[in-house]
Write a protein that binds this ligand. Structure first.
Ligand code: 13P
Ligand code: SF4
Length: 328
């Protein structure tokens, strides 16, 4: 099976005259498939998806779906999480090389040693990590529920937070508790330019700055509101401001504009020469790759059963705590 893949997706030419929106809709019916897309996907992919959401929402949908096939338009750890929750369903990903710099910043062998050096600590891991790291964790969190998850431990319980040091630092501040932070970061969220954002704010003085907690502290200090992608989206709808400078991956702007067409959304600029900030991993997915992965059911996520069971436990724990706290 693997030999048919070229650079992470199936190397079969797609007829350019095909209406891919129509073909994908047909395949969805034929295969009883559900397409789950993260907010960082291209607008076309968000539009063909049955559900578009943040990491927590996507995990919930993956857990609840009755579909036979889950098509995960996101990155590898997300599709892997869907498979961990649904061992009997086919989970396909448009491009198996759609990785995550944050997940990659936490190699399991090194993390295991780090954990062994701190045996009295419990481990809270951000969902942006591999199944191996999940299996080494006590509970998983997402950016929507990280504060509640950390608060679910008694104050005297020492904690390790992995792999995102920026989210870990933010959660430490919000909860007032020290945690041992793994030194990982997201390549997208760590390159926002404070200087350029300040300049933008001078041009749009009424704009609210809204930021994802994966951003570095100097960016979060400028923010009027900090939250997961779903929380940023909700805030942009509910707040009376007409202009927003958005410090997260620019794919989320599609939903923001769709939900509030009369408002202005300005992507916060990174330190490089680009005007907005895109995740190269998320952007590996295309409609063509979604079509081929659905048609040929390749690349599919497979996971060894012992690892799956160990990785599922802390995800289940997260879902339980979030449900109890009423976090959507
Ligand atoms: P959320 O979907 O939890 O907002 O996280 C953003 C992200 O970086 C996903 O890779
Ligand atoms: Fe990973 Fe960052 Fe891309 Fe999210 S935006 S998938 S954390 S590299």
């Amino acid at each position: 099976m693997e030999k048919n893949l070229k650079d992470g997706w199936l190397d079969i030419p797609v007829d350019p005259t095909l209406d891919l929106f129509e073909e994908i809709a047909k395949l969805k019916l034929e295969k009883n498939a559900i397409i789950l897309a993260h907010y960082y996907q291209d607008a076309d992919i968000q539009e063909i998806a049955d559900y578009t959401g943040d990491s927590l929402g996507l995990s919930r949908k993956a857990e609840q779906t009755k579909a036979d096939m889950i098509v995960f338009a996101g990155v590898h750890f997300m599709a892997e999480t869907a498979k961990i929750l649904n061992p009997n369903k086919k989970v396909v990903i448009p491009d198996v090389l759609a990785g995550c710099s944050l997940s990659d910043s936490c190699p399991p062998s090194l993390f295991k040693k780090f954990k062994e050096k701190n045996p009295e600590h419990k481990v809270v891991s951000y969902i942006n990590c591999s199944a191996e790291i999940k299996a080494l964790s006590d509970v998983i969190c997402t950016s929507s529920n990280a504060v509640s998850i950390v608060n679910s431990f008694s104050k005297d319980q020492p904690l390790i937070f992995a792999p995102d040091k920026n989210l870990g630092h933010y959660v430490s501040k919000k909860t007032g508790r020290e945690m041992l932070l793994w030194d990982g970061a997201c390549m997208v969220h760590e390159i926002f330019s404070q200087e350029k954002i300040i300049k933008l704010k001078h041009r749009y003085p009424a704009a609210k700055i809204i930021a994802h907690p994966e951003c570095e502290e100097d960016i979060l200090e400028l923010a009027d509101m900090i939250g997961s992608t779903t929380e940023l989206l909700k805030y942009s709808q509910q707040d009376t401001s007409q202009e927003f400078i958005v410090a997260t991956e620019s794919g989320i702007l599609h939903q923001m504009i769709k939900n509030s067409p009369h408002k202005t959304f300005i992507p916060a600029p990174p330190t490089n020469n680009c005007a907005c900030n895109e995740c190269p991993h998320m952007k590996r997915n295309t409609l063509e790759k979604i079509y081929t992965c659905m048609k040929y059911e390749i690349p599919a996520i497979e996971i060894e059963e012992e690892l799956r069971i160990a990785a599922k436990k802390p995800i289940d724990r997260m879902l339980e705590i979030s449900n109890r706290a009423g976090i959507q």
